[in-house]
Ligand binder design. Structure first.
Ligand code: F6P
Ligand code: MN
Length: 326
């Protein structure tokens, strides 16, 4: 078994068939992500994994060989799991696996792909719903319908932060045993923080609320926030999320006025909703600036959404800057 679950994992899911299906599916994903982690650890020794395929995914991002390989590994793993439908950031449309099965899984198979060649942490994000009768209705719903979500990170350690709706747990892939082993039973994000993450090169493209808030962050102790605000930006959502789960802080990828960036860069189904579920279950907050991410209905498969998440107080402070603007 690739993961040794805590005694509490998924026990809150009342329907026993669903509970068993979730556990089986997370085992399959853990198996898949062990393989991806191994490929990442070999880096340039694994031939061609950082190279561009020359193709672009539906969102227009350049695809690298590792993006495609990771999607293939996850697809193969889910074929042996109780999964009816699979939606992948790397595929144009939903894959029907076995309509009679219980679950629908969405995934960003390899997040942070611009960091593949640089030995910087990257990862895999997944989201699990109870499947409905049709492929589309299984995913076109609010993130609050998720029954499980998780973030794998391939970094100095390979980790999994996962929730089934009763708190977020962290597992570490023990290199000695090859098993994801419980490391932290209950993640807790502090409500306040003095650290934020944003790609500041987009400053002149942001709207007034985000620009005003970041300018106040830069004023530090001399400004209205009254304290130095440290800045960290890895450029892999999974790694920034993992840092915030570990020591608090705030992440922002707002919408901006570059062509195609009205709703930011990140995808609601594959990135924002699962990260929001894990963050909320650790005591944090996730919004699109003002609205709770988990309340937003998916309208198109690859839909983007502005994403702000982390410690409760700074996320609320940014929402207040939006309200002042209105
Ligand atoms: O998957 C999209 C992604 O690579 C995230 O992992 C990351 O947070 C973001 O894009 C980085 O975007 P940018 O290159 O615009 O800073
Ligand atoms: Mn991604």
């Amino acid at each position: 078994m690739a993961i040794k679950f805590s005694s509490a994992f998924a026990k809150n899911i009342k329907d026993e068939a669903v509970q068993t299906a979730v556990r089986k599916t997370v085992v399959s994903l853990a198996n898949a992500c062990k393989q991806i982690s191994h490929i990442c650890a070999r880096g340039p020794l694994e031939s061609g994994m950082g190279t561009q395929t020359g193709a672009a995914n539906t969102d227009g991002d350049a695809q690298k060989a590792l993006d495609v390989r990771s999607d293939e590994i996850i697809t193969a793993a889910l074929e042996t799991a109780p999964v009816a439908y699979y939606a992948s950031e790397e595929q144009d449309s939903i894959v029907t696996m076995d309509k009679t099965e219980l679950l629908a899984v969405a995934s960003d198979p390899l997040d942070g792909s611009s960091n593949i060649d640089t030995n910087v942490s990257i990862g895999t994000i997944f989201s699990i719903f109870v499947a409905k009768d049709a492929a589309v209705s299984s995913f076109f719903r609010p993130g609050s319908d998720q029954i499980c979500a998780g973030v794998f990170v391939y970094g100095p350690q390979t980790t999994l932060v996962v929730t089934a709706g009763a708190g977020s747990e962290t597992y570490v892939l023990d290199p000695d045993t090859g098993v994801f082993t419980l490391a932290i039973a209950s993640m807790k994000i502090e409500p306040s923080s003095t650290e934020y993450a944003i790609n500041a090169s987009n400053h002149h493209h942001w709207g007034a609320p985000v620009r005003g808030y970041i300018e106040d962050c830069l004023l530090g102790a001399c400004g209205p926030l009254g304290a130095k605000q440290n800045m960290r930006w890895v450029g892999s959502l999974v790694a920034d999320a993992n840092r915030i789960l570990s020591r608090g802080g705030m992440f922002m990828y707002p919408g901006d006025d570059r062509p195609g960036y009205k709703d930011g860069r990140l995808r609601l189904l594959y990135e924002a909703a699962p990260v929001a579920f894990v963050i909320e279950q650790a005591g944090g907050t996730a919004t699109d600036g003002t609205r709770r991410i988990l309340d937003i209905d998916l309208e198109t498969l690859h839909q983007r959404i502005p994403l702000v998440f982390g410690s409760r107080e700074p996320v609320q402070a940014l929402a207040d800057y939006h309200k002042k603007q209105d």
